[in-house]
Design a binder for this molecule. Structure first.
Ligand code: AMP
Length: 180
């Protein structure tokens, strides 16, 4: 992974204070995705992390995880599967609920999306508290794939989301932000 390229991409991420609620520093990756250099650099850097590892499926988390997830899948010659909010997927689904600060949330995927022959990378744009990715990980694991890896475009280090995810799982991130 080219560190200078990733610093250039990081510098393109727009910070939006108090979105969607007061106190949140929202990392808007659309300003990086819309930049031709950054989009390609992110795709190349993610692919470099997983090339030669037998990845057969990339599972992207709705909705910003669809962008990088599909790029990564295409680069690896793998398939892409969506992890979605409830009621969006048309065929038979499995689901996983998880606690949020206020109430619970649910994510779903198609029951036939992953098989025991698959090697899976789960991708999302950003690791915050880790709650969403932990639920996605448990759901993918329940389908008994050969291996599961986790990848983010970026991590908010200050929230320590890595500690929420199982220690034995390989978690990668293209770049980090120090704050929350
Ligand atoms: P979490 O479950 O707390 O790790 O939250 C992860 C999900 O929420 C990801 O899909 C992110 O896109 C989104 N998210 C949480 N916090 C932020 C933030 N500060 N900036 C941008 N996206 C965020």
């Amino acid at each position: 992974m080219n560190r200078n390229d990733m610093e250039r991409v990081k510098a393109l991420v727009r910070n939006i204070p108090d979105f969607p609620v007061a106190g949140i520093q929202f990392k808007d990756l659309t300003t990086a995705f819309k930049d031709p250099f950054a989009l390609r650099a992110m795709a190349d850097a993610m692919a470099e992390l997983y090339e030669g590892r037998g990845v057969t499926k990339v599972a992207g988390i709705e909705s910003r995880g669809f962008i990088g997830g599909a790029l990564l899948a295409a680069k690896l010659g793998a398939g892409f599967v969506p992890i979605r909010k409830p009621g969006k997927l048309p065929a038979d689904t499995i689901s996983m609920s998880y606690d949020k600060e206020y109430g619970t949330d649910v994510i779903e995927m198609h029951r036939d999306a992953i098989t025991s022959d698959d090697v899976v990378v789960i991708h999302d744009d950003l690791l915050a508290t880790g709650g969403t990715m932990l639920a996605a990980f448990k759901m993918v694991k329940s389908m008994n794939p050969k291996a599961v890896y986790i990848n983010f475009v970026c991590t908010l280090k200050g929230l320590n989301g890595r500690a929420m995810l199982p220690a034995e799982v390989e978690v990668t991130s293209l770049f980090d932000f120090d704050g929350k």
